[in-house]
Design a protein around this ligand. Structure first.
Ligand SMILES: Nc1ncnc2c1ncn2[C@@H]1O[C@H](COP(=O)(O)OP(=O)(O)OP(=O)(O)O)[C@@H](O)[C@H]1O
Ligand SMILES: [Mg+2]
Length: 320
Protein backbone atom coordinates (compact mmCIF):
# COMPACT_ATOMS: atom_id res chain seq x y z
CA UNK A 1 0.00 0.00 0.00
CA UNK A 2 2.94 2.28 0.42
CA UNK A 3 5.65 3.42 -1.91
CA UNK A 4 8.62 4.79 -0.11
CA UNK A 5 11.23 6.93 -1.75
CA UNK A 6 14.53 7.38 -0.02
CA UNK A 7 17.00 9.83 -1.39
CA UNK A 8 20.38 10.08 0.22
CA UNK A 9 22.70 12.86 -0.79
CA UNK A 10 25.57 12.82 1.65
CA UNK A 11 28.58 13.53 -0.56
CA UNK A 12 29.55 17.15 -0.28
CA UNK A 13 31.58 16.90 -3.48
CA UNK A 14 28.48 16.15 -5.56
CA UNK A 15 26.80 19.35 -6.52
CA UNK A 16 23.11 19.64 -7.22
CA UNK A 17 22.43 19.90 -10.90
CA UNK A 18 21.59 23.31 -12.20
CA UNK A 19 18.02 23.94 -13.19
CA UNK A 20 19.02 23.86 -16.84
CA UNK A 21 20.00 20.22 -16.37
CA UNK A 22 16.71 19.09 -14.90
CA UNK A 23 15.23 18.48 -18.33
CA UNK A 24 18.33 16.83 -19.69
CA UNK A 25 17.64 14.15 -22.27
CA UNK A 26 20.36 11.93 -23.68
CA UNK A 27 20.75 11.32 -27.42
CA UNK A 28 23.70 8.96 -27.14
CA UNK A 29 24.65 6.26 -24.69
CA UNK A 30 28.36 6.87 -25.08
CA UNK A 31 30.74 9.55 -26.30
CA UNK A 32 34.31 8.35 -26.82
CA UNK A 33 37.10 10.92 -26.58
CA UNK A 34 40.31 9.60 -28.12
CA UNK A 35 43.48 10.64 -29.89
CA UNK A 36 42.92 9.62 -33.51
CA UNK A 37 46.63 9.38 -34.27
CA UNK A 38 47.14 6.79 -31.48
CA UNK A 39 44.03 4.63 -31.55
CA UNK A 40 41.60 5.44 -34.39
CA UNK A 41 42.51 2.42 -36.52
CA UNK A 42 43.16 0.06 -33.60
CA UNK A 43 41.69 0.05 -30.10
CA UNK A 44 39.03 2.73 -30.65
CA UNK A 45 37.90 1.16 -33.91
CA UNK A 46 37.38 -2.17 -32.09
CA UNK A 47 35.66 -0.39 -29.22
CA UNK A 48 33.17 1.34 -31.56
CA UNK A 49 32.49 -1.98 -33.33
CA UNK A 50 31.87 -3.73 -29.99
CA UNK A 51 29.57 -0.91 -28.83
CA UNK A 52 27.61 -1.25 -32.08
CA UNK A 53 27.31 -5.02 -31.72
CA UNK A 54 25.99 -4.60 -28.19
CA UNK A 55 23.33 -2.14 -29.31
CA UNK A 56 24.99 0.71 -27.43
CA UNK A 57 24.42 3.95 -29.26
CA UNK A 58 27.64 5.90 -29.52
CA UNK A 59 28.57 9.18 -31.14
CA UNK A 60 31.18 8.46 -33.80
CA UNK A 61 32.56 11.70 -35.19
CA UNK A 62 33.65 9.93 -38.39
CA UNK A 63 30.08 9.18 -39.27
CA UNK A 64 27.98 11.78 -37.53
CA UNK A 65 29.58 15.18 -38.02
CA UNK A 66 27.64 16.93 -40.70
CA UNK A 67 29.81 18.51 -43.33
CA UNK A 68 29.80 22.29 -43.35
CA UNK A 69 28.63 22.57 -39.72
CA UNK A 70 30.84 24.06 -37.05
CA UNK A 71 32.64 20.93 -35.86
CA UNK A 72 33.30 22.09 -32.30
CA UNK A 73 29.69 23.12 -31.74
CA UNK A 74 28.56 19.70 -32.98
CA UNK A 75 31.09 17.89 -30.78
CA UNK A 76 30.13 19.93 -27.76
CA UNK A 77 26.46 19.11 -28.35
CA UNK A 78 27.27 15.41 -28.73
CA UNK A 79 29.23 15.36 -25.46
CA UNK A 80 26.41 17.10 -23.66
CA UNK A 81 23.89 14.60 -25.00
CA UNK A 82 25.84 11.48 -24.03
CA UNK A 83 24.96 9.52 -20.87
CA UNK A 84 28.48 8.15 -20.51
CA UNK A 85 31.81 9.59 -21.66
CA UNK A 86 34.70 7.20 -22.21
CA UNK A 87 38.09 8.87 -22.37
CA UNK A 88 40.79 6.82 -24.05
CA UNK A 89 44.05 8.17 -22.68
CA UNK A 90 46.97 7.27 -24.93
CA UNK A 91 50.55 8.47 -25.29
CA UNK A 92 49.75 11.57 -27.37
CA UNK A 93 46.30 12.40 -26.00
CA UNK A 94 47.40 15.66 -24.38
CA UNK A 95 49.22 16.83 -27.54
CA UNK A 96 45.86 17.53 -29.09
CA UNK A 97 44.03 20.74 -28.36
CA UNK A 98 40.81 19.04 -29.55
CA UNK A 99 41.15 16.16 -27.11
CA UNK A 100 41.76 18.56 -24.23
CA UNK A 101 38.79 20.71 -25.18
CA UNK A 102 36.62 17.57 -25.27
CA UNK A 103 38.01 16.49 -21.93
CA UNK A 104 37.28 19.84 -20.27
CA UNK A 105 33.74 19.77 -21.68
CA UNK A 106 33.25 16.21 -20.41
CA UNK A 107 34.35 17.12 -16.89
CA UNK A 108 31.97 20.08 -17.00
CA UNK A 109 29.13 17.71 -17.97
CA UNK A 110 30.12 15.35 -15.17
CA UNK A 111 29.79 18.23 -12.71
CA UNK A 112 26.61 19.79 -14.09
CA UNK A 113 24.71 16.91 -15.68
CA UNK A 114 26.00 13.93 -13.68
CA UNK A 115 27.43 12.45 -16.84
CA UNK A 116 29.30 9.22 -16.05
CA UNK A 117 32.98 9.46 -16.96
CA UNK A 118 35.08 6.34 -17.48
CA UNK A 119 38.76 6.59 -18.34
CA UNK A 120 40.62 3.92 -20.31
CA UNK A 121 44.40 3.99 -19.98
CA UNK A 122 45.51 2.59 -23.29
CA UNK A 123 49.16 1.59 -23.27
CA UNK A 124 49.91 4.38 -20.80
CA UNK A 125 49.90 4.03 -17.05
CA UNK A 126 47.40 6.03 -14.97
CA UNK A 127 50.32 7.46 -12.96
CA UNK A 128 51.90 8.83 -16.16
CA UNK A 129 48.70 10.74 -16.98
CA UNK A 130 48.14 11.79 -13.35
CA UNK A 131 51.67 13.16 -12.93
CA UNK A 132 51.57 15.22 -16.16
CA UNK A 133 55.32 14.80 -16.44
CA UNK A 134 57.54 13.94 -19.44
CA UNK A 135 55.72 14.08 -22.77
CA UNK A 136 52.63 15.55 -21.10
CA UNK A 137 54.61 18.35 -19.52
CA UNK A 138 56.06 19.15 -22.95
CA UNK A 139 52.60 19.12 -24.52
CA UNK A 140 51.26 21.57 -21.94
CA UNK A 141 54.26 23.90 -22.28
CA UNK A 142 53.62 23.98 -26.01
CA UNK A 143 49.88 24.67 -25.47
CA UNK A 144 50.75 27.49 -23.08
CA UNK A 145 52.58 29.17 -25.98
CA UNK A 146 49.48 29.08 -28.18
CA UNK A 147 46.43 29.37 -25.91
CA UNK A 148 45.20 31.47 -23.01
CA UNK A 149 46.85 30.54 -19.71
CA UNK A 150 43.46 30.07 -18.02
CA UNK A 151 42.25 27.77 -20.76
CA UNK A 152 45.35 25.57 -20.50
CA UNK A 153 44.93 25.47 -16.72
CA UNK A 154 41.35 24.31 -17.19
CA UNK A 155 42.63 21.51 -19.44
CA UNK A 156 45.28 20.51 -16.90
CA UNK A 157 42.72 20.43 -14.08
CA UNK A 158 40.33 18.37 -16.20
CA UNK A 159 43.11 15.92 -17.02
CA UNK A 160 44.09 15.52 -13.37
CA UNK A 161 40.49 14.98 -12.30
CA UNK A 162 39.72 12.48 -15.09
CA UNK A 163 42.92 10.51 -14.60
CA UNK A 164 42.06 10.01 -10.94
CA UNK A 165 38.68 8.45 -11.69
CA UNK A 166 38.45 4.70 -11.55
CA UNK A 167 38.70 3.17 -15.00
CA UNK A 168 40.39 0.44 -17.03
CA UNK A 169 44.10 -0.05 -17.51
CA UNK A 170 45.22 -1.94 -20.63
CA UNK A 171 48.53 -2.67 -18.93
CA UNK A 172 46.93 -4.83 -16.25
CA UNK A 173 47.89 -8.45 -16.84
CA UNK A 174 44.28 -9.52 -17.20
CA UNK A 175 43.71 -6.90 -19.91
CA UNK A 176 46.55 -7.85 -22.22
CA UNK A 177 44.21 -9.57 -24.70
CA UNK A 178 42.46 -6.70 -26.40
CA UNK A 179 39.21 -8.48 -27.29
CA UNK A 180 38.78 -9.62 -23.67
CA UNK A 181 39.66 -6.13 -22.45
CA UNK A 182 37.05 -4.56 -24.72
CA UNK A 183 34.45 -7.14 -23.68
CA UNK A 184 34.99 -6.13 -20.05
CA UNK A 185 34.57 -2.46 -20.89
CA UNK A 186 31.35 -3.18 -22.79
CA UNK A 187 29.97 -5.24 -19.90
CA UNK A 188 30.69 -2.43 -17.49
CA UNK A 189 29.09 0.19 -19.77
CA UNK A 190 26.01 -2.03 -20.32
CA UNK A 191 25.64 -2.49 -16.56
CA UNK A 192 25.77 1.24 -16.02
CA UNK A 193 23.26 1.93 -18.80
CA UNK A 194 20.86 -0.72 -17.45
CA UNK A 195 20.96 1.01 -14.11
CA UNK A 196 19.72 4.17 -15.77
CA UNK A 197 17.09 2.52 -17.96
CA UNK A 198 13.75 4.20 -17.55
CA UNK A 199 10.86 2.34 -15.99
CA UNK A 200 7.72 2.11 -18.09
CA UNK A 201 5.06 4.31 -16.55
CA UNK A 202 1.37 4.21 -17.67
CA UNK A 203 0.74 3.91 -21.41
CA UNK A 204 -1.57 6.93 -21.39
CA UNK A 205 -0.59 8.89 -18.28
CA UNK A 206 -3.04 11.45 -16.94
CA UNK A 207 -2.18 14.08 -14.36
CA UNK A 208 1.22 12.61 -13.47
CA UNK A 209 2.98 15.95 -13.72
CA UNK A 210 0.98 17.55 -10.91
CA UNK A 211 1.59 14.55 -8.65
CA UNK A 212 5.28 14.72 -9.41
CA UNK A 213 5.32 18.39 -8.55
CA UNK A 214 3.79 17.61 -5.17
CA UNK A 215 6.42 14.96 -4.53
CA UNK A 216 9.25 17.19 -5.68
CA UNK A 217 8.20 19.73 -3.07
CA UNK A 218 8.58 17.07 -0.38
CA UNK A 219 11.97 15.83 -1.55
CA UNK A 220 14.43 18.38 -0.31
CA UNK A 221 16.95 18.00 -3.07
CA UNK A 222 19.43 20.48 -1.70
CA UNK A 223 19.71 18.82 1.67
CA UNK A 224 22.89 16.88 2.39
CA UNK A 225 20.99 14.56 4.70
CA UNK A 226 18.92 11.46 4.09
CA UNK A 227 15.45 12.35 2.84
CA UNK A 228 12.53 9.91 2.99
CA UNK A 229 9.05 10.35 1.53
CA UNK A 230 6.14 7.91 1.79
CA UNK A 231 3.17 7.70 -0.57
CA UNK A 232 0.16 6.17 1.14
CA UNK A 233 -3.32 5.91 -0.32
CA UNK A 234 -5.95 3.37 -1.27
CA UNK A 235 -5.16 0.53 -3.70
CA UNK A 236 -5.02 1.22 -7.42
CA UNK A 237 -4.88 5.01 -7.08
CA UNK A 238 -1.52 5.30 -8.87
CA UNK A 239 1.14 5.22 -6.13
CA UNK A 240 3.47 2.89 -8.02
CA UNK A 241 2.94 4.82 -11.24
CA UNK A 242 3.81 8.13 -9.59
CA UNK A 243 6.82 6.59 -7.84
CA UNK A 244 8.09 5.22 -11.18
CA UNK A 245 7.68 8.59 -12.87
CA UNK A 246 9.57 10.41 -10.12
CA UNK A 247 12.25 7.71 -10.13
CA UNK A 248 12.75 8.20 -13.88
CA UNK A 249 13.04 11.92 -13.35
CA UNK A 250 15.48 11.77 -10.43
CA UNK A 251 17.69 8.74 -10.98
CA UNK A 252 20.30 10.40 -13.15
CA UNK A 253 21.11 12.81 -10.34
CA UNK A 254 22.29 9.92 -8.18
CA UNK A 255 25.34 7.71 -8.30
CA UNK A 256 23.21 4.63 -7.71
CA UNK A 257 19.52 4.03 -7.86
CA UNK A 258 17.18 1.11 -7.39
CA UNK A 259 13.46 0.54 -7.72
CA UNK A 260 12.50 -2.42 -5.57
CA UNK A 261 9.15 -3.91 -6.58
CA UNK A 262 6.77 -5.97 -4.44
CA UNK A 263 8.73 -5.31 -1.27
CA UNK A 264 5.83 -6.35 1.00
CA UNK A 265 5.33 -9.71 -0.74
CA UNK A 266 9.03 -10.50 -1.01
CA UNK A 267 9.80 -9.51 2.59
CA UNK A 268 7.25 -12.05 3.86
CA UNK A 269 9.06 -14.94 2.14
CA UNK A 270 11.89 -16.79 3.80
CA UNK A 271 15.17 -15.14 2.72
CA UNK A 272 13.06 -12.32 1.27
CA UNK A 273 14.70 -9.49 3.23
CA UNK A 274 18.14 -10.82 2.38
CA UNK A 275 17.17 -10.91 -1.29
CA UNK A 276 16.05 -7.27 -1.07
CA UNK A 277 19.22 -6.23 0.73
CA UNK A 278 21.34 -7.90 -1.93
CA UNK A 279 19.38 -6.10 -4.65
CA UNK A 280 20.17 -2.76 -3.02
CA UNK A 281 23.81 -3.75 -2.54
CA UNK A 282 24.20 -4.79 -6.17
CA UNK A 283 23.21 -1.31 -7.28
CA UNK A 284 25.21 0.56 -4.66
CA UNK A 285 28.41 -1.32 -5.36
CA UNK A 286 28.28 -2.43 -8.97
CA UNK A 287 31.73 -4.01 -9.22
CA UNK A 288 31.45 -6.06 -6.07
CA UNK A 289 29.65 -9.39 -6.29
CA UNK A 290 29.77 -10.06 -2.57
CA UNK A 291 26.44 -11.09 -1.08
CA UNK A 292 25.09 -10.84 2.45
CA UNK A 293 23.50 -13.84 4.11
CA UNK A 294 22.23 -12.43 7.41
CA UNK A 295 19.71 -9.57 7.63
CA UNK A 296 21.37 -7.75 10.55
CA UNK A 297 24.72 -7.88 8.82
CA UNK A 298 23.08 -6.71 5.58
CA UNK A 299 21.84 -3.56 7.34
CA UNK A 300 25.38 -2.70 8.42
CA UNK A 301 26.91 -3.58 5.05
CA UNK A 302 24.43 -1.34 3.22
CA UNK A 303 25.22 1.52 5.60
CA UNK A 304 28.96 1.02 5.12
CA UNK A 305 28.73 0.91 1.35
CA UNK A 306 26.19 3.67 0.85
CA UNK A 307 27.07 6.26 3.47
CA UNK A 308 29.19 8.45 1.20
CA UNK A 309 27.17 7.94 -1.98
CA UNK A 310 24.23 9.70 -3.51
CA UNK A 311 21.70 6.90 -3.60
CA UNK A 312 18.05 6.83 -4.64
CA UNK A 313 15.97 3.85 -3.53
CA UNK A 314 12.27 3.31 -4.11
CA UNK A 315 10.62 0.58 -2.06
CA UNK A 316 7.29 -0.21 -3.67
CA UNK A 317 4.41 -2.01 -2.01
CA UNK A 318 5.60 -1.62 1.57
CA UNK A 319 3.00 -2.65 4.15
CA UNK A 320 4.55 -1.34 7.31
N1 LIG B 1 -1.71 8.99 -13.78
C1 LIG B 1 -2.11 7.88 -14.40
N2 LIG B 1 -2.49 7.92 -15.67
C2 LIG B 1 -2.93 6.80 -16.31
N3 LIG B 1 -2.96 5.59 -15.74
C3 LIG B 1 -2.59 5.49 -14.47
C4 LIG B 1 -2.13 6.62 -13.72
N4 LIG B 1 -1.81 6.21 -12.48
C5 LIG B 1 -2.05 4.91 -12.46
N5 LIG B 1 -2.49 4.47 -13.63
C6 LIG B 1 -2.87 3.08 -13.96
O1 LIG B 1 -3.69 2.61 -12.93
C7 LIG B 1 -3.35 1.29 -12.55
C8 LIG B 1 -3.01 1.25 -11.06
O2 LIG B 1 -1.91 2.09 -10.81
P1 LIG B 1 -0.79 1.75 -9.75
O3 LIG B 1 -0.35 0.35 -9.89
O4 LIG B 1 0.24 2.80 -9.87
O5 LIG B 1 -1.60 1.93 -8.42
P2 LIG B 1 -1.12 1.68 -6.92
O6 LIG B 1 -1.67 2.80 -6.12
O7 LIG B 1 0.33 1.47 -6.88
O8 LIG B 1 -1.87 0.34 -6.59
P3 LIG B 1 -1.59 -0.71 -5.38
O9 LIG B 1 -2.06 -0.05 -4.11
O10 LIG B 1 -2.41 -1.89 -5.74
O11 LIG B 1 -0.13 -0.98 -5.39
C9 LIG B 1 -2.19 0.90 -13.44
O12 LIG B 1 -2.66 0.15 -14.51
C10 LIG B 1 -1.64 2.21 -13.94
O13 LIG B 1 -1.04 2.07 -15.23
MG1 LIG C 1 1.44 -0.18 -6.23
Amino acid sequence: MLSSIMAQETCSSSSSPSSSSSNQTWSYDVFVSFRGKDTRYKFTDHLFAALDRSGIHSFDDNRKLERGKDIWTELEKAIQKSRIAVIVFSENYADSEWCLRELAKIMECKQNLQQIVLPVFYEVSPSHIQSQKGSLEKAFVSHEGCFEVDEVKRWRDALTEAANLSGWDSKDDENRFESKFIRKIIEDISGKLNEFAHLTVASHPVGIESRMQELNKLLNKHSSDVCMVGIWRIGGIGKTTTAKAIYNQLQRRFESSYFLENVGEIAKQSQGLIYLQNQILSSVHVNDNSKVEVVDKGTTVIKNRAWCKRVLVVLDDVDH
